[in-house]
Ligand binder design. Structure first.
Ligand code: 4AD
Ligand code: MG
Length: 477
């Protein structure tokens, strides 16, 4: 007899004698019905015990959270709600769970409470569904690139550069920070540090990925990135995962096509392969929505929204057009925006992005050709001398989900842009080399993985779509 998963058993089309399964007790009702889950599916298998045949002491140990091992026959269910169930012949408790102190009781817990118990929260339906979807989305991402001729590249985690130039880095050092060696002019002497220079955790693998695109052609990274942004919002993490494709000989239009096709493909993957989890999350959102006033309810259900994204074209709009729309919008005129838009050049806040996507266009939007001075140094300058070939993809409920650009491939222009913001050429000599030896048009983008998981699961706080969130003042677990 071989141990099967709950998913195997529930999807079995013939009834079986003598099956074996291991899992954790969700509930034990009427001293007779055990709802057992092992993580293989959102559904529990019902295991029916004839209490006369079992020791009372043993049954007392079948409590919520306990790990058990069951042997029995898979039979047609007598009750409602399931087609098959296990008639239990043998029961072993592998690991007890104390009823008094087990935090995950069979009732509704708040997400805040579950965050404090992040080590146990995947024992709930919601979090197990979210994390199975997270896993499926990662697989879908690798699958997409693999099928489209991309190489997977591992960018370094420890680096000396600040790709985004925003200075939001976590420093990496093994100097004794309470007593650092000093140079003659009293500054920290980094030549004595582990790497002989100042280093930090990467904020993006892009610059390194560009070196690989300029030799292997089509590459992508998928790894952890770190930002010491002190923004305690529901969309920011200090440690998050980013997917960054980079492609040689591709311009901004090609970059938009790639990003749109890629986003649709990975969303479609979970629509096809993760139906049960999506149906559960869809229902959860619908129930949540019912508690809200009419005006705040979402116009679409979760699955409906995912289908909508895969079936409709993303709207492509220049920054300049977007500013016109925003300037003339109701919330701007009625001063409802926290940051009012009055002139060209303003940086867009999440409230503006969401207005464009949710109220104005009512579909995903790709904004392009942003003002040079609100975007990173590596973006290609347009002929107007004031905008760059940047693109951001904005999604309903999320705002910015992807940020990318065509890269500045002209050595002199790049040098000027670096000089203007004081990036020493010595620091990025290797990046400049790409522009000296066989330079070419190339482009890429970065997708914030957790923002994608938020979108695909309908979760509204980014802390609930990563196993152990790292945010300001919090690095538990
Ligand atoms: O727009 P960003 O900063 O772009 C880059 O890092 C480029 N180097 C990407 C590239 O062109 N290869 O970040 C890309 C995406 C954002 O659109 C957002 O989805 C996500 O990364 N992101 C974050 N996600 C969670 N927490 C944060 N603090 C994030 N910062 C950015
Ligand atoms: Mg961005």
């Amino acid at each position: 007899m071989q141990s099967k998963t709950v998913s195997d058993l529930l999807n079995q089309d013939i009834l079986l004698q003598e099956v074996e399964v291991k899992g954790w007790v969700r509930t034990f009702r009427a001293n007779r019905f055990i709802a057992l889950n092992d993580g293989s599916t959102i559904n529990n298998i019902q295991c029916v015990v004839d209490f006369e045949n079992f020791d009372e002491g043993l049954l007392k140990r079948v409590t919520t959270g306990a790990a058990i091992h069951i042997k029995g026959d898979l039979v047609e269910s007598q009750g409602k709600g399931q087609t098959v169930e296990i008639q239990v012949k043998q029961l072993d408790v592998l690991g007890d769970s104390d009823v008094e102190t087990y935090p995950i009781q069979p009732k509704k817990h708040s997400f805040e409470f579950l965050r404090e118990n992040a080590h146990l929260r995947t024992r709930t339906n919601t979090f197990s569904a979210v994390m199975r979807l997270r896993s499926a989305l990662s697989f879908a991402i690798h699958k997409y690139f693999n099928e489209n001729g991309f190489y997977y590249m591992h960018a370094p985690i420890i680096t000396g550069s600040d790709a985004e130039g925003a200075g939001e880095m976590f420093q990496v050092t093994n100097l004794n920070i309470e007593n650092t060696p000093k140079t003659e002019d009293g500054k920290v002497d980094y030549s004595q540090d582990f790497f002989g220079k100042e280093t930090n955790l990467t904020v993006s693998g892009q610059l390194e990925a560009e070196t690989y695109a300029m030799s292997l052609g089509k590459v992508y990274t998928f790894g952890p990135t770190f930002r010491a942004e002190n923004s305690n919002t529901s969309r920011h993490l200090a440690e998050f995962w980013m997917i960054e494709p980079e492609v040689a000989f591709m311009d901004l239009a090609g970059n938009m096509d790639l990003a749109e096709d890629f986003m649709k493909s990975v969303i479609n993957y979970v629509l096809v392969n993760n139906k049960e989890d999506l149906e559960f999350l869809d229902k959860r959102l619908e129930d949540e929505d019912k508690k809200k006033p009419q005006a705040e309810r979402s116009p679409m259900g979760l699955i409906e929204k995912l289908n909508f994204v895969t079936e409709n074209n993303f709207k492509r709009v220049s920054y300049t057009e977007a500013i016109d729309i925003l300037r003339n919008s109701k919330p701007n005129k009625k001063k409802k925006f926290k940051y009012l838009i009055d002139e060209w050049g303003a940086d867009l806040q999440s409230e503006h992005e969401r207005f464009l996507v949710e109220k104005h266009f009512k579909c995903p939007v790709i904004l392009f050709d942003y003002p040079a001075n609100i975007k990173a140094f590596y973006m290609r300058l347009n002929d107007d001398g004031k905008t760059v070939r940047a693109m951001d993809i904005l999604f309903p409920g999320i705002g910015e989900i992807v940020g990318g650009a065509q890269r500045e491939e002209r050595l002199e222009v790049l040098k000027e842009k670096m000089a203007a913001i004081d990036i020493p050429e010595e620091d990025l000599w290797w990046y400049l080399d790409l522009r000296k030896f066989g330079t070419a048009v190339h482009s890429g983008f970065g997708l914030g993985f957790e923002r994608l998981v938020m979108f695909a699961t309908g979760m509204s706080n980014i802390r609930d779509v990563i196993p152990f969130p790292r945010t300001p003042q919090n690095a538990e677990f």
